[in-house]
Ligand binder design. Structure first.
Ligand code: AMP
Length: 312
């Protein structure tokens, strides 16, 4: 309660509020960022509220970003949503405002900001933004509800992951009461393009699974070109190996244009973010990301995952 109250007091103090979130955004990043923007705009119509960052084409159905000038940062309140560490903040001007707030649910390894609200027990940052609105009796518009609901669904795998709590359902229920196109949104989030469906088939066909359920697949640049898939679109298939009952933890190694690998790691219940941290990454205990710079490092990361699976 105290955190949300203090954030509201800061919002009241500033005339311009600029909202940031992480690079390579997912539905929770955009849902929390633009959901908060909508809430502030609805309740404080005289304030200038802007959302900045790259317009991710695969999430164009959620929202588009504003264009923000350098001058607008002068004496602005900057709020960064859903971003664990400063290198991952989209738009480096986040430090140019008058006051900086971090709102997040990732482990707080990089405690940046003048004021922080970090709750690792929360399923998503969108859940926190919903709580912020409710605790302060702020009005939530149908559009804000749509964005925040999408964020919660995105980060919980539609209420599948262990991070889903009673509070998650309570927040989702409060959002569901508002008049947005729930069926359309649910369908949108469950849909994939035909080319992604084909890539998913490739993943299932080529998945390596060891006796303890440690699993991996590599998506090379050649393969991504053949399937006409860009890096961002691989997000849609990251959860796919988890549907196999034998799989306990898994990594999808996505080769980048410069030859290094973005490693997308997931786990059903064994902690994997320590492995990610050893390889230039981090994230949640059960959903992390790392970077690998050679085939040897790919093998090393997989061996470390196999160790975790073996010692369960
Ligand atoms: P992804 O597979 O990219 O969806 O990432 C899963 C989780 O790991 C997200 O919560 C990210 O915040 C985190 N993550 C991914 N890449 C990195 C990185 N390079 N450094 C720190 N955290 C990361």
């Amino acid at each position: 309660m105290q955190h949300t109250h203090e954030i509201l007091e800061k919002i009241k103090t500033y005339q311009t509020i600029i909202l940031h979130r992480h690079m390579n955004p997912d539905p929770d990043a955009i849902g929390s960022q633009v959901g908060l923007k909508e809430i502030i705009r609805t309740n404080f119509p005289d304030k200038k509220v802007l959302a900045t960052g790259f317009n991710e084409p695969t999430l164009a159905w959620m929202a588009s970003m504003d264009s923000v000038s350098d001058e607008e940062y002068e004496n602005a309140l900057v709020i960064v949503c859903d971003t664990a560490n400063t290198p991952r903040i989209d738009d480096k001007r986040y430090a140019n405002g008058g006051f900086l707030i971090k709102i997040d649910h990732h482990p707080n390894d990089d405690a940046y900001g003048d004021f922080l609200w970090v709750d690792t027990s929360s399923s998503s940052t969108s859940e926190l933004i919903t709580l912020f609105a409710l605790e302060n009796n702020l009005e939530i518009s149908p559009e804000a509800a749509r964005l925040l609901y999408a964020g919660i669904v995105g980060d919980t795998g539609r209420f599948l992951y262990p991070s889903t709590t009673t509070r998650t359902f309570e927040m989702a229920a409060r959002l569901r009461k508002l008049d947005f196109d729930f069926a359309g949104l649910s369908r949108q989030m469950d849909s994939m393009s035909f080319k992604i469906a084909k890539l998913q088939s490739y993943v299932y066909d080529n998945l390596e699974i060891d006796v303890n359920g440690a699993s991996r697949v590599v998506l090379t640049q050649d393969l991504l070109k053949e399937y006409q898939i860009n890096d961002a679109e691989t997000a849609t298939i990251v959860a796919a190996p988890g549907r196999i009952e034998d799989v306990t933890l898994w990594a999808i190694f996505v080769e980048q244009a410069d030859g290094h690998y973005r490693v997308r790691m997931r786990s059903k219940n064994l902690v994997i973010n320590e492995i990610a941290k050893r390889h230039g990454g981090g994230g949640h205990p059960l959903a992390s990301g790392a970077n690998s710079y050679s085939l040897e490092e790919n093998d090393q990361i997989y061996r470390e995952m196999q160790e975790v699976a073996k010692n369960k």
